[in-house]
Design a protein around this ligand. Structure first.
Ligand SMILES: O=C(O)COP(=O)(O)O
Ligand SMILES: [Mg+2]
Length: 228
């Protein structure tokens, strides 16, 4: 390992839409869940639009789209059933985004503290990271069920900084959506977004410090943000 980098000291990654393309499994599991309640399926595109603020929100958005708003107690039951279906199949159709493995290895070798901060629950996050061989490089993993409010609130990112022992101002977040940009900015950290993630907003309009066409552009993003 080389000397510790000056800035940033740590780099945190969002999971869904950033390190991995996980919607195909979320889509299949959601449709199986809905079918078990006699509800019709959604397209992959529709489900992509439901992802981003955690599983309870995914279920609420699906039922809202069915025109059947769901109360919190029923939603929690559906969440439980969804997770029972999704957990065992979370890596069946999910793929790593281009360059994810090599950039994570490169940043790890360069001495950055690394972590994942996602709204996805911790257990399914661990399954996916381990399947793709990314667990060892991550110093910390904070899932959406860690306790504090999910992104777009800054809390999960602040918890990650606390666990890593780095200041938010010495940290950079890499995400794909408006939730990631809002969370990072509220936490006081720099943020880069990967184009083509799970959002209907064009990458340039997300308000991030840098737009990545591919994850292997992260070194350029670091140089560019550092120079400001
Ligand atoms: O699970 C979600 O809703 C989104 O997860 P993410 O925070 O990794 O994008
Ligand atoms: Mg995401």
């Amino acid at each position: 390992m080389s000397d510790s980098p000056t800035w940033p000291k740590a780099i945190l990654f969002d999971l869904d839409g950033t390190l991995v393309d996980s919607v195909p499994d979320i889509h299949a599991a959601l449709n199986d869940t809905l079918a078990s309640y006699g509800e019709p399926p959604f397209t992959l595109e529709a489900v992509t639009g439901f992802v981003g603020q955690g599983v309870p929100k995914l279920i609420e958005r699906a039922y809202a789209a069915l025109d059947k708003p769901i109360d919190p107690a029923s939603r929690d039951k559906v969440v439980e059933r969804f997770l029972a279906i999704y957990g065992p199949r979370a890596t069946e159709l999910t793929t790593l985004n281009a360059g994810a493995s090599s950039i994570v290895r490169q940043l790890d070798d360069a001495g950055y503290g690394l972590g994942v901060v996602t709204n996805k629950p911790g257990s399914e996050t661990a399954t996916i990271l381990s399947h793709f061989g990314l667990s060892d490089a991550m110093d910390i993993v904070v899932g959406g069920d860690a306790g504090p409010a999910k992104k777009p609130a800054p809390d999960l990112l602040l918890l990650a900084c606390e666990r890593l022992g780095v200041a938010p101002s010495d940290t950079m977040f890499v995400g794909d959506s408006e939730n990631d940009v809002a969370a990072a900015q509220a936490a006081g950290m720099a943020v880069a977004v990967l184009r083509g993630g799970y959002t209907s907003i064009p990458a340039e309009a997300l308000g991030a410090d840098y737009v990545l066409e591919r994850l292997d552009q992260l070194p350029q993003a670091i140089m560019s943000i550092k120079a400001v």
